[in-house]
Design a protein around this ligand. Structure first.
Ligand SMILES: C[S@@+](CC[C@H](N)C(=O)[O-])C[C@H]1O[C@@H](n2cnc3c(N)ncnc32)[C@H](O)[C@@H]1O
Ligand code: SF4
Length: 451
């Protein structure tokens, strides 16, 4: 039996599984956790703690058909300007609840398209953030950049304010694939932005790529990867295209007949993995690659790799504060998500209240599962003895859960002594193995496919 046959027996072609950027996944958050809990959890952050900030900019000038991100189209800067005004107020509301001497570990601007901001608006936002949050010793500042919507002046502003990590959306360079996903972006446009960014003090340049797009073939993906590698990124995120038109309505514009079938999706992901690793990239978790020496590769080597709402990260701050519509904050006590609709988010903040609308209070029964899933997703193994030492009340439950996982997937994982490891070749199934520990995971179609 080939490896692929075994992978498909274990569900790689048909399982629908969360990406586990949090546990429990955000679709299990509830409205009992609102801005009162968000406020209490902000006030409970200890003096001297490291916190990270995620700022969501939910606007784009173009709406790419494939995109499943929380964003909205705008042809003018007017709504963006008033949204930034609201963000400034939200920063005041959040800062007033935090102790005086918190240190900023990471600042990440994501979207949507953060680079839609004018230089002046970006400067206004960054001045406000840096006036309120003192940078910690290993501070990093990262931004998601759409190369078709990033003026040289805006890039210069980001460089002046110390952006040291940039993430560029590429997806695919083949013009036929680009036309099929409603996102035209030339190699030259992308290359110009890369060269501009390299003129600053950039420590790490990431590019986002997708496999499983309509009309993608092994040849077209290999060609895209050759072009991407010629731009010498330090990191690559290689996501499987999530076709979820019931959640992301604009995806109805995608011709489903042109989508690769599950076996081709698997082949495309393997082709990319082999090409990238033979070019010297290290695989990080199940969907990232990094050059040795890049922060993510170092975090993997030293056991500091973590998972958060942006995917894999080397940030070890215990508190992540999400600002803006739909942003999620993570606290030791649980998760808090802001109002998703921009109008409701603005109304909350303009009414001088925090915008937390839903969330989740973590119990110890959730915490050990969350930690085990994070370890599986980051290092493909779990130190069961350590987990039981950290959660003594759950010792027997932990033993039972891992024994059940090993007996459900005897070829996929190995249970040796006090350690569970994913067997070589079965890494693409890690989300399915994680799902076995997930007590919320019931048969459902709302998630994307396992490959
Ligand atoms: C929020 S987008 C920001 C990128 C930026 N606006 C741009 O267009 O370059 C971040 C990334 O999410 C990924 N993404 C968006 N929709 C996706 C989908 N349906 N399936 C998988 N990944 C997706 C893409 O790789 C994209 O670059
Ligand atoms: S891929 Fe980027 S530019 Fe396109 S719709 Fe999504 S967030 Fe907007």
């Amino acid at each position: 039996m080939t490896d692929f046959k075994q992978l498909s027996r274990y569900g790689i072609l048909d399982a629908k599984v969360p990406r586990y950027t949090s546990y429990p996944p955000a679709n299990h958050f509830n409205a009992q956790v609102g801005n009162a809990e968000q406020s209490d959890w902000l006030r409970a952050v200890p003096e001297g703690a490291s916190v990270s900030l995620y700022v969501h900019i939910p606007f784009c000038k173009r709406l790419c058909w494939f995109c499943a991100c929380r964003t909205q189209g705008t042809s003018t800067l007017r709504p963006v300007e008033s949204y930034v005004e609201t963000l400034l107020r939200e920063i005041d509301l959040v800062r007033a609840r935090l102790p005086q001497d918190v240190k900023l570990s990471r600042l990440h601007l994501g979207g949507g398209t953060p680079t839609i901001l004018s230089s002046a608006l970006m400067a206004l936002l960054l001045d406000k953030i840096f006036a309120n949050f003192e940078k910690g010793a290993s501070f990093e500042f990262s931004v998601e950049i759409d190369p078709t919507e990033a003026s040289p002046a805006l890039l210069d502003t980001l460089i002046i304010y110390g952006m040291n990590r940039a993430s560029i959306g590429v997806q695919d360079f083949d013009p036929r694939v680009q036309a099929a996903i409603g996102r035209m972006q030339s190699f030259q446009q992308t290359s110009d932005v890369v060269h501009h960014l390299r003129s600053g003090d950039l420590d790490s340049l990431n590019m986002d790529l997708l496999y499983g797009l309509p009309l993608q073939t092994p040849q077209s993906l290999s060609q895209t990867l050759q072009e991407v590698m010629s731009l010498q990124p330090d990191r690559l995120a290689l996501y499987g295209y999530a076709h979820v038109p019931w959640m992301s309505k604009r995806q109805v514009l995608i011709d489903e007949a042109a989508l690769p079938d599950p076996k081709m999706r698997y082949d495309l992901s393997e082709i990319a993995r082999v090409l990238l690793t033979s070019d010297g990239f290290e695989q990080i978790g199940f969907d990232h690659f990094a050059r040795p020496g890049d922060g993510l590769a170092t975090a993997k080597a030293t056991g500091h790799l973590r998972r958060n709402f942006q995917g894999y990260t080397d940030d070890t701050a215990e508190v992540l504060i999400g600002l803006g519509a739909s942003s999620i904050s993570k606290f030791p006590q649980g998760y808090s998500q802001n109002e998703s609709a921009t109008a409701k988010y603005v109304a909350a903040v303009e009414g001088q209240t925090l915008a937390g609308a839903r969330g989740y209070v973590l119990s110890d029964a959730d915490r050990w599962v969350a930690l085990a899933i994070e370890q599986l997703m980051c290092g493909f193994q779990v130190d069961i003895a350590q987990l039981q030492a950290d959660f003594p009340a759950y010792g027997p439950a932990i033993s039972t859960a891992f024994a059940q996982l090993a007996s459900a997937y005897p070829l996929g994982v190995a249970l040796t002594g006090d350690r569970l490891s994913v067997n070589p070749g079965f890494e693409p199934l890690v989300r399915i193995f994680a799902g076995q520990l997930d007590v919320f995971q019931a048969p459902q179609t709302s998630h994307s496919s396992a490959i």
